[in-house]
Design a protein around this ligand. Structure first.
Ligand code: MOS
Length: 767
């Protein structure tokens, strides 16, 4: 019986957040602090001929104006971004100068006084323009505007043979949009230079402290041990405060070192939307072969991601897309090609799901279209083709007991039964006579858990018991609001057999733990948890050694539960945890452990992506119901039922919380959200023009937590953060299509598209 695992524990940082006491980056104020405001580009593509800072320099209250010449180290960051751009701008979010002033108001005024002379260059604004034969080139290192290293393949079986075996061949194209993360807290960082130690410390809304540390060190020309990154409490990130945090922190650190004063950069909402990355638009060209009995024989897909003016993620999101574009189906012959292109637009980056919401939209729209064409209902068709025990994944990893669990068939059945899918679909079709039409739709997915073959998935953990029995837990992973600290504390309390209240879990400090990689890919509980278990194991061994001597028994027969260390053979023989801790400290036994967990480098053929792409997978099935007003185009998402395989549910209510948030985020993707630009200039500038769902829009939601027997994660726990949001948009799109009888194939299914459907065309981006 677990004490903490599978228990709903309130989030350990809940009180500080709901009482407003939690300190975010924007709350930090320091003596002598100056405020930085960035001057952004006026054009999406232009040469910079001259930057005149004199007016801003002479403005009362301005301390300094920095340009690229002031960057002492490497001005070019990972992905081609610049600390400050000086020669050429590639999108309107390029930062050209940094104005530093005694207060924010002064900085904002002086921001407008920097004069930049441009020579405007021809631009490309979408995938087709970027790939046109005579297209202007955005980066010299990227001929044809193809993003370097962004091309990935998945090759399984023999595509041509598979297509030849099919009774029918279908071709379809789908496209998705740019989406803004719209976290509540806009970006804020504060850099403090320490001349005595020759160090710089950066606080703020930072999702990935270690890559930020690298960027700051690089920009200063310093070594990594001179840079200390300590994320503040984060008001949402969803992948967004990863790369932009590097740019902002590098800017602030350069200024702080230059001036010898603390520097704060805090973005307005407009600046945040302008400069931060977005969810990449993806386009999918599918060609698929199917037999009369509904079995899929082959699938070819060509997938193109729009990267924007810069890139530091498409090579990674595209790798994930290559693995997942053919879905969670038993398709023997697959050929997938994915690549990314630069455009003079806002840029794509990490966003919760990391390409999967896009691939699942394409894939699951296609599945519904195939079912319809062949005369199956969506449930039947998915049951025929869904992966099951005995099958192999698209990367040829075996599924089944003792291997990777494959619960899809039961999950489809359960969700279909619970939602009465087939019955409701027929009923809705019957009553859809008037202008208000009802629809129901299904979508499903598998998701590779963690980083897998995308990169090294290792992380460190540091657990220390103090003399009074209190415990300090640290990892290199960040609390982004997802509940990481709570889940990790549950794992530690369970493993050590102590009360959760004893644990304090400070935010990451890059000086106290090894580089734990980014807190992304729904890997926190799973990978961080494994490292924590190792640390707890070492500490327990030391505790038991001491207790064994005190009890005069062998340490291997000892166990700890509810803060009692006892002999398994003779449970009467027991000692209080605090007593053993005190004794251990007195005789000099260390009760601390720094551990490292790495699943190793994925055993994978990177040419075909056949092999162990991920250590394990999670599975999900979602059903959505909608009500569509065909006279206004308005879509009401009325109900969503989400079933997710989480391995072991560490904290069931926290999992539900993740799923509720994930559903609403997906609802935005499905029916509302699109960052719109015209010729590279933002039209969606703020949250009054860029609409996200509010509490008033939320559907009725039901979460089905599925547990599977999976040996990989700590106590069998896997992932929920991204799975929660990757599927519902596709289910909603399928439901709307059922209601209206019109498939749009372009997200979002917003008012205009639902109303005008295929008549609506959009330059260059509509398939
Ligand atoms: Mo993420 S999109 O894995 O931060």
């Amino acid at each position: 019986m677990y004490r903490y695992i599978r228990q709903t524990i309130p989030k350990i940082d809940l009180k500080a957040k709901v009482t407003g006491k939690a300190r975010y980056g924007g709350d930090i104020k320091l003596h002598g602090m100056v405020y930085g405001k960035t001057v952004y580009s006026k054009y999406p593509h232009a040469k910079i001929l001259n930057i005149d800072t004199s007016k801003a320099d002479n403005f009362p209250g301005v301390v300094a104006v920095l340009t690229m010449k002031d960057v002492m180290g490497n001005n070019e960051l990972f992905g081609g971004f610049h600390v400050l751009t000086g020669d050429k701008v590639r999108f309107i979010g390029d930062g050209i100068a940094l104005v530093l002033a005694k207060d924010l108001k002064t900085a904002e005024k002086a921001q407008k006084l920097v004069e930049v002379e441009y020579e405007v260059l021809p631009s490309v604004f979408n995938i087709d323009e970027a790939l046109a034969e005579d297209a202007p080139i955005i980066h010299d290192f990227a001929p044809g505007n193809i993003i370097p290293d962004s091309t990935h393949h998945l090759i399984k079986g023999d595509l041509e043979k598979g297509l030849a075996e099919a009774d029918f061949i279908f071709e379809r194209t789908y496209q998705t949009q740019f989406i803004e993360h719209a976290y509540i807290e806009p970006e804020a960082v504060v850099a403090i230079a320490d001349a005595y130690e020759e160090m710089v410390t950066v606080y703020g809304s930072i999702q990935n402290p270690f890559s930020v540390r690298g960027a700051v060190a690089d920009a200063l020309g310093w070594s990594l041990n001179q840079v200390r990154i300590i994320p503040s409490v984060i008001g949402g990130t969803f992948g967004g405060k990863d790369e932009i945090a590097s740019t902002l922190s590098a800017r602030a650190a350069v200024a702080a070192v230059k001036l010898g004063r603390p520097v704060k950069i805090i973005l307005s909402r407009e600046e945040s939307i302008l400069e931060s990355p977005k969810r990449h638009p993806y386009r999918f060209y599918y060609k698929v072969g199917v037999k009369k009995d509904g079995t899929i024989t082959a699938m070819k897909s060509t997938v193109i991601a729009q990267g924007g003016g810069y890139n530091n993620k498409a090579q990674f999101t595209n790798w994930r897309a290559a693995i997942h574009t053919s879905g969670a189906y038993r398709i023997p012959n697959i050929y997938t090609e994915v690549f990314g292109v630069f455009t003079n637009t806002i840029h794509g980056g990490a966003m919760r799901g990391f390409s999967s919401p896009q691939t699942i939209f394409g894939q699951e729209s296609l599945m519904d279209e195939l079912a319809e064409e062949l005369g199956f209902n969506p449930v039947e068709f998915r049951q025929i083709n869904a992966l099951r025990p005995g099958d192999t994944t698209p990367t040829s990893q075996p599924l089944g007991p003792g291997k990777i669990p494959a619960p899809l068939p039961e999950m489809i059945k359960k969700v279909a039964e619970q939602t009465e899918f087939v019955k409701r679909k027929e009923e809705f079709s019957r009553i859809n006579e008037g202008p208000i039409k009802h629809g129901i739709g299904m979508a499903l997915a598998m998701r590779g858990a963690g980083l897998g073959g995308e990169g090294l998935d290792a992380t460190g953990a540091n657990v220390m018991i103090q003399r009074d029995g209190s415990v300090v837990v640290r990892t290199g992973l960040t609390e982004n609001g997802q509940g990481l600290k709570t889940a990790h504390s549950q794992i530690v309390a369970e493993a050590l057999g102590i009360s959760l209240e004893r644990i304090i879990y400070p935010n990451v400090d890059t000086m106290t733990v090894p580089d734990g990689g980014p807190t992304v890919a729904s890997r926190g509980t799973m990978i961080g948890g494994r490292a924590l278990l190792k640390a707890c194991e070492e500490i327990k061994q030391n505790l038991f050694k001491v207790a064994g001597e005190m009890l005069d028994c062998s340490s291997v027969e000892l166990e700890i539960r509810d803060e009692k260390i006892f002999s398994i053979n003779n449970p009467e023989q027991s000692l209080d945890y605090l007593k053993v801790v005190d004794q251990a400290v007195s005789i000099g036994v260390m009760l601390a452990s720094l551990q490292w967990f790495s699943p190793g480098v994925a055993n994978l053929d990177h040419h075909t992506n056949q092999g162990e792409a991920f250590p394990t997978y999670v599975w999900g099935v979602v059903v959505a119901e909608v009500e569509v007003d065909t006279e206004t185009g308005k879509v009401e998402v009325t109900k969503v039922v989400s079933a997710h395989d989480v391995g072991t549910a560490v904290n069931p209510e926290a999992i539900k919380g993740q799923v509720y948030g994930g559903i609403v985020m997906a609802q935005g993707m499905g029916v509302l959200e699109e960052v719109e630009e015209e010729d590279g200039i933002l039209k969606s500038k703020n949250l009054d023009e860029y609409l996200i769902p509010t509490s008033m829009d939320m559907p009725e939601m039901e979460v089905i937590i599925v547990e599977t027997d999976d040996a990989f994660g700590p106590y069998g726990a896997k992932s929920i953060g991204e799975p929660a949001t990757e599927i519902p948009a596709a289910a909603i799109a399928n439901a709307i299509t059922h209601a209206t009888g019109q498939r749009i194939r372009y997200l979002p299914y917003n008012l205009e598209r639902v109303l005008l459907g295929h008549k609506l065309t959009k330059k260059g981006v509509r398939p």
